[in-house]
Write a protein that binds this ligand. Sequence first.
Ligand code: ZN
Ligand code: ZN
Length: 347
Amino acid sequence: MKACVLHKKEDLRFEDIAEPQITEDHEVKVKIQAGGICGSDQHYYLEGGIGSAIVVREPIVIGHEGCGIVEEVGAKVQGIKKGDMVILRPARPCFRDDCYYCAHQMYSYCENMRHLGSAATFPHVQGLFAEKVVVHEAQCRVVQNMKPEIGAFAEPLGVAYNGVHSLGEVIGKNVLVMGAGPIGLLCAASAKVLGADRVTVVDIRQKPLEIALEMGADEICNSKDNPEQIKKWCEHKGHFDCALEATGNGFACVQTMQMVRPEGTVSQVGMFGTGHQPTDLGPFATKGLKWNAVFRFYEEFGPAVNALEKGLINPLPLLSASFPASECVEAMKAAISPDTCKVQVHF
Ligand SMILES: [Zn+2]
Ligand SMILES: [Zn+2]
């Protein structure tokens, strides 16, 4: 069968690999329909890893955002059958009693985590940009009548849901979203659906800001063209009740803190690359802010899939382009371009 295999930095190939087989009773074999290219996939392609900690050391099938049709189920799988459409959750914790984090339902921190398409562990965990994958049944959520291109948004939406979840109560709140990348835009839509009174999205690029309005944002601000507005929102110790920081840029993060009122919460959804950490934590300390890091998601997955299934959130304005998997290199280049939002591959 074919898969999109990254051999090393800038060496991505659509090539034959062995078809995976079910080896455990709780496993499911899925025929992939569509997958979204994530920022981490782009880092793997451009830099051969993420920072200095995660390095691609052997060929890896990339991709962790996707959905497909069940082809075969293991002997003890319940509630999932051949022919079902499933949305895939990339995290596969060990579920063992002797794992502290699994025993305490803190699955994202499982010490034996196998995360689809991740080079964080060695051997690497192969991803889902392949004709078929084998996953644990707990990684599958059955849906009815969902377009594959919508299903492939469930994983990034799960991250956005976790971002809003970590803010605590958002009902009636005036929420800032910093950054209009795919995750920031999904954060804006999620905050709105989960009860925010007002959502404002800030970025330095106009095109994604326009998409933010389609995703339900009430207000947008181009901080490059309109720095006076940002200054205004910093006055009187801030303007917003809470914020989702989705840039992973230290400067933008400090700005976010300056715009949030005292004792508000900043949910840190963006990941800081090496050298991009915030250096001025003055507003954080002097306003008694709460700064919550968001790492992946777990229990947010079900509600996120549900929001897509019931049409509460339409992610399609984010979809810039779609390519057959055989053109994965073109797809990757399109994803890297600053002119696109989300790019998908399909099988
Ligand atoms: Zn992702
Ligand atoms: Zn575990």
